[in-house]
Every structure is written in structure tokens, then in C-alpha cells.
Ligand binder design. Structure first.
Ligand code: 25A
Ligand code: L14
Length: 339
């Protein structure tokens, strides 16, 4: 279905947003074989230009006929746009790597983290879904442990940066910080409450079960990616006044005992993971250090003796890179390198 070529015509849907911009930088950095780069966004971005490989590329309006001649679409303009435009792109012959939540739980659509389930990429029927940012970094760190001894239950609390909610949310934290410093009134627009000097225990909408949609994404997507519906997951997702990188406090119950030392040894060999864990010297991962990096950083690894075979970990990664744009580009790389 996917035809190999020396170079590919690539469309970025949502090219002016936080994730779209990151996609452009990562395609450049990793020398992805791009022939034509097509930048697409909403009508209000038409007339803007995005930079790619030293050139200025004009932004076009996203329409159903935007995809003629395009081989690969990297899409991040929200679930409602993907619902309409991903099928249109597939119809015109492209493979879509979709960063929104719309197709993730569709049984016909693979949901992929290349460090965990790269083989699922080849089951695609035109659309491959990129998981939620909080889920991606968690499974990158937990899958090697699951493979070694089996995970029974995961309890996770997230500390999610504002960039997860897009460029307007990044601007809002900046504006609120300046307003506070200047003694001005703090304007609340993107988030439901003031985010500077605060925490908001709500990401995405509330569902009937009193969990948020973001929390249920972590439950359902983790099981789908790891191909194991027996894993129990309980999530609490919190927005914090941090610009880039999400952090997670993760408690796991294993099927067999693993010491903190053994877990550290497994994680040191795990693809995409860097162990940053030297509490004697006050060394642990933090969002300021993980921002603009590709890896998932794991520290504070310790045994939890309050349950049989328990472990605690602290997992930090850049949500725009590994949590979104990098993971999507890695999927594209597997696709184009395949025989
Ligand atoms: O629905 P979801 O899946 O939950 O996703 C919701 C949002 O979350 C972000 C992403 O925001 C997405 O829109 N997101 C999704 N997955 C993410 C992930 N894994 C994620 N963030 C982090 N990690 P974003 O701001 O990063 O990108 C939005 C892009 O989508 C384009 N877009 C929006 N509506 C569109 C559309 N493109 C086509 N058709 C539509 N109807 C959007 O382009 C951007 O590229 P834009 O043209 O709408 O906006 C570009 C500039 O306009 C400013 N702006 C934004 N909102 C407004 C605005 N200006 C005026 N009024 C507004 N209401 C912005 O500053 C931007 O620079
Ligand atoms: O499902 O932090 O990709 O508000 C969209 C919203 C990621 C998080 C998704 C946020 C989410 C994002």
C-alpha cells in the first residue's frame, strides 16, 4: 500500500501550531527525505509563512482537496479536523500519521510508539494514530519492565506542561506571568482558571465516570499499545505552570519482584530511556532539563513495600517532541525504511 520512493511529499496539518512547528524542526534535524513540504492550517493562518530547510513555505488552507500528490500527512490540528480530513487524505493516496485523539481507539487503526509496538505500523489501512503525550512517555519507560516481569497495575499522577494545550496556552502562561510581575489583572482565556502560581486538576473534559477524557486516554491507550487489556490503570492528570515537558509520578505493581537495582539495570538498556537517578547527589529528572530533548528521563526509582512487588518511578519527557512530533516522525521513518 505504501510505495517506497527516494523522497516524499509531506503535508503538515496544523503547521502553525506548537506541535506542527516542532514537526518541521524534527523533519529537518533528522534529515527526513522530503521532496515537497506542504504547510496547512486554518483560514486565519493563510498568508503566514513557515520556515523549512532555510526556505519560507506559504501556509495553505486545510481543505478536502489539499492532499493531491502528497505521500505522508503529519496531522495535529485537533480531533474534529482529523475526523474529516484524514479520510480525505487517505482517499487521495496518502498515509496519515494522526496526532489527535480521534482515531486512537478505532480497532482498524494502529496506535504506535516505535520503542514498544513498531510492528503494528504495517497493519495500517491509511491511518496510523500517534498516542496521547502522557501515555507515550509512560509506556516508553514501563514497557521494558512489563516485558521483563509483567505489570499488574499502574497508578499515575501527571504534572502536564501548558504546551500540551497548544501555542495559545504557552502564550497565556507567559502573559499571566508578566501581568503578575507588573501588578496587572490576570486574564484567563485558554484554561478554565488562572494557571500561573496554580495547579488545575482538569485536562480535557469530564466524563460520566468523573474521570477526565485525558485520564481515560491514559487507561485505554496504554492497554492498546502494550496489547494487554489485563493491565489495570488509574490516572489523575494535572496541569502545572511549566512551559515544556510533562512529569509523571508512577506507582506500579508487578507480577514478580523486581528490586530498584534490577529495574534501573533494565531501564538503562531500554530504547529511548535515560536513567537520571542519583539521589545521594540530588540528581533526578526535571522538566527544565528534559525540555527540547528527545529521550524519556526516569529517576526516583525505589521499591514500594506497601504492596507486594511494588515500584515507584518519576518519568519526565518533552511532550511536544517525544509526546507528539518526534513520535510521529519516528513512525514515518519506520514506514519509509521498510521493505
Ligand atoms: O482536539 P485535540 O486533539 O484535543 O487537540 C486540540 C489542540 O491541542 C493541540 C493542538 O493545538 C490542537 O489544536 N494538540 C493536539 N495534540 C497535541 C499534542 N500531542 C497538542 N498539543 C500538544 N501535544 P496547537 O495550538 O499546537 O495547534 C493548532 C494547529 O491546528 C491548526 N488549526 C486549528 N483549527 C484548524 C486548524 N487548521 C485547519 N483548520 C482548522 N479549522 C492551527 O492553525 C494550528 O496550526 P490556526 O491557523 O488555527 O492557528 C494558527 C495561529 O492562530 C493563533 N490562534 C489560535 N487560536 C486562535 C488564534 N487566533 C485567533 N483566534 C483564535 N481562536 C495561534 O496563535 C496560531 O499561531
Ligand atoms: O489527546 O495537554 O493528544 O491539553 C490533547 C490535549 C494531549 C494533551 C491529546 C493538553 C491531548 C493536550
Amino acid at each position: 500500500m505504501f510505495k517506497k520512493k527516494p523522497k516524499y511529499n509531506v503535508a503538515i496539518v496544523g503547521a502553525t501550531g506548537a506541535v506542527g512547528q516542532c514537526m518541521l524542526r524534527i523533519l529537518e534535524e533528522r534529515h527526513f527525505p522530503v521532496s515537497e513540504l506542504r504547510a496547512l492550517a486554518s483560514e486565519r493562518s493563510v498568508g503566514k509563512k513557515v520556515k523549512f530547510q532555510g526556505r519560507e513555505v506559504p501556509v495553505g488552507e486545510l481543505k478536502e482537496n489539499s492532499f493531491s500528490g502528497i505521500d505522508i500527512v503529519l496531522s495535529s490540528a485537533g480531533a474534529e479536523r482529523s475526523k474529516i480530513f484524514a479520510p480525505a487524505a487517505v482517499k487521495s493516496g496518502a498515509v496519515v500519521i494522526d496526532n489527535t485523539s480521534y482515531f486512537r481507539m478505532d480497532p482498524c487503526v494502529p496506535l504506535v510508539v516505535p520503542e514498544v509496538n513498531p510492528e503494528d505500523i504495517f497493519k495500517h489501512k491509511g491511518i496510523i494514530a500517534n498516542p496521547n503525550c502522557s501515555t507515550i512517555q509512560m509506556v516508553v519507560a514501563l514497557y521494558p519492565i512489563h516485558k521483563a516481569v509483567g505489570i499488574k497495575r499502574i497508578v499515575v499522577s501527571t504534572y502536564q506542561s501548558v504546551s500540551g494545550a497548544g501555542q495559545t496556552a504557552i502564550n497565556e502562561l507567559c502573559d499571566q506571568t508578566k501581568a503578575f510581575a507588573n501588578g496587572k489583572e490576570i486574564a484567563v482565556k485558554k484554561f478554565p482558571y488562572q494557571i500561573v502560581f496554580n495547579l488545575i486538576p482538569q485536562i480535557d473534559v469530564f466524563l460520566e465516570n468523573a474521570y477526565t477524557k485525558e485520564e481515560m486516554k491514559m487507561v485505554n491507550e496504554t492497554r492498546k499499545i502494550m496489547h494487554d487489556d489485563s493491565i489495570q490503570v488509574s490516572a489523575t492528570c494535572i496541569r502545572v505552570p511549566v512551559f515544556y515537558a510533562h512529569s509523571e509520578s508512577v506507582n506500579i505493581e508487578l507480577k514478580k519482584k523486581l528490586t530498584a537495582f534490577e529495574a534501573r539495570e533494565i531501564l538503562k538498556k531500554a530504547p529511548g530511556v535515560v536513567v537520571v537517578d542519583d539521589v545521594q547527589h540530588g540528581v533526578y529528572p526535571m522538566p527544565l532539563d528534559a525540555a527540547f530533548k528527545d529521550e524519556t528521563f526516569v529517576g526516583r526509582i525505589r521499591e514500594d513495600n506497601s504492596v507486594p512487588n511494588g515500584l515507584n518511578l518519576w518519568i519526565v519527557s518533552d511532550n511536544l517532541r517525544k509526546g507528539a512530533a518526534l513520535n510521529a516522525v519516528q513512525i514515518s521513518e519506520v514506514l519509509v525504511k521498510s521493505k
